[in-house]
Design a protein around this ligand. Structure first.
Ligand code: AHG
Ligand code: MN
Ligand code: MN
Length: 344
């Protein structure tokens, strides 16, 4: 057990800052603003059943999905808090079509944040765990100039930080700034996130697979063959895999990060408008790929490392296969035709 367990997230940030030569406190202030936004969202999620924030907002977002009232609330909270931090020069939300301009009254900083304000929205009314996901880049262009599309569309390996908050049986914030992955649990009685999961490492191999098998008929043959192998190839791999799928990416990812296993949202042919699958590169795949690699795991499209994908659109979708390295490597062998399985 790390001697730092129980340290507040603020002190963790300050320790990190002291270890970063030349740090100005700017990145710390950005992280503090993110933490405040998540505490506010946690409060709203916690009482969603009591005030009029459940259900649909009656609008459709850029993703073509029905916007939930809590989506809007979370989106506005993150926008407001990060803009007011004075540390960002551009924000990109899953909920908004274009890059979000920082209101004139706030100073601009040197960071770009892509975020999914509320992940797992379809589960809100059923009180299933949901979350917020964020991905942080440093601008490449000169500080006093306009933010460029090159600043906003950087490949995932250029992230300087990434994380998620899961609003579940407890509120846990998991993030990394490149020196490993740490988890903090909110103690609501004092309103502080305390270090509860120091230096998270994901198991090399797992016994859990997470995929929406309702899409089985829309996958490519290699993906179907892999899932058949998991379910029926016991004589080959000798493992009884369990199927676990919540339908909230943060919940499925968090469980597999801690227990081991593989999460798949492969490309499917269900919706011609989404030929690369449902999940978004910049605000879902990249931040989780950054975290899983920091924790010793892998994240791939099946043919390319997620963090190497060069984005060309802020709402670009990608297939996401992520988790324990041995499991992800076997999937890649199926996708690349090095392995096949036929049910007997
Ligand atoms: P969001 O609520 O931000 O749109 O994300 C929902 C995503 C993700 O959380 C989850 O893994 C996936 O949708 C589930 O999709 P299916 O219902 O198609 O399985
Ligand atoms: Mn999402
Ligand atoms: Mn969302």
């Amino acid at each position: 057990m790390s001697e730092n367990v129980g340290i507040t997230i603020s002190n963790h940030f300050l320790l990190n800052q002291q270890l970063s030569p030349g740090a100005t406190g700017s990145f710390t202030r950005l992280l503090q603003a993110l933490v405040l936004a998540c505490k506010i969202i946690q409060r709203d999620v916690g009482k969603a059943g009591l005030v009029d924030v459940l259900g649909r907002a009656g609008t459709i977002n850029v993703q073509g999905e029905e916007v939930q009232k809590l989506d809007e609330l979370a989106n506005n909270t993150v926008k407001r808090r990060l803009s007011a931090s004075g540390e960002v020069c551009a924000l990109v939300s899953e909920e908004e079509a274009d890059i979000i301009e920082i209101p004139r009254q706030y100073p601009r900083g040197n960071y770009i944040v892509h975020f999914d304000p509320l992940d797992g929205s379809s589960n809100i009314d059923a009180n299933v765990s949901i979350g917020t996901i964020f991905s942080i880049y440093r601008r490449e262009s000169l500080p006093d100039g306009d933010t460029t599309m090159k600043d906003v569309l950087q490949p995932g390996h250029r992230q300087v930080g990434a994380g998620y908050i899961i609003y579940g049986s407890s509120c846990v914030l998991v993030f990394s700034t490149g020196q490993g992955v740490n988890g903090f649990t909110l103690d609501p009685s004092i309103g502080e996130f305390l270090l509860s999961h120091p230096n998270i490492k994901t198991p090399k191999k797992g016994r859990i697979y997470s995929v929406n098998e309702g899409n089985y008929g829309y996958w490519d043959d290699q993906t179907r063959s892999y899932v058949d192998w998991i379910k029926h190839g016991y004589s080959e791999h000798g493992i009884h895999y369990s199927s676990r799928y919540v339908g909230s990416l943060v919940a499925d990812f968090h469980r597999n990060l801690l227990y081991g296993g593989i999460f798949l949202y492969p490309a499917d042919f269900k919706d011609p408008l989404k030929p690369k699958g449902k999940l978004r590169l910049m605000c879902e795949a990249n931040p989780l790929a950054y975290l899983i690699e920091q924790a010793g795991g892998l994240a791939t499209t099946g043919t390319e490392r997620i963090l190497d994908v060069q984005p060309n659109y802020i709402h670009q979708r990608v297939p996401l296969i992520i988790g324990s390295p041995d499991d992800v490597n076997i999937y890649q062998e199926f996708i690349q035709g090095q392995r096949t399985f036929q049910r007997s």
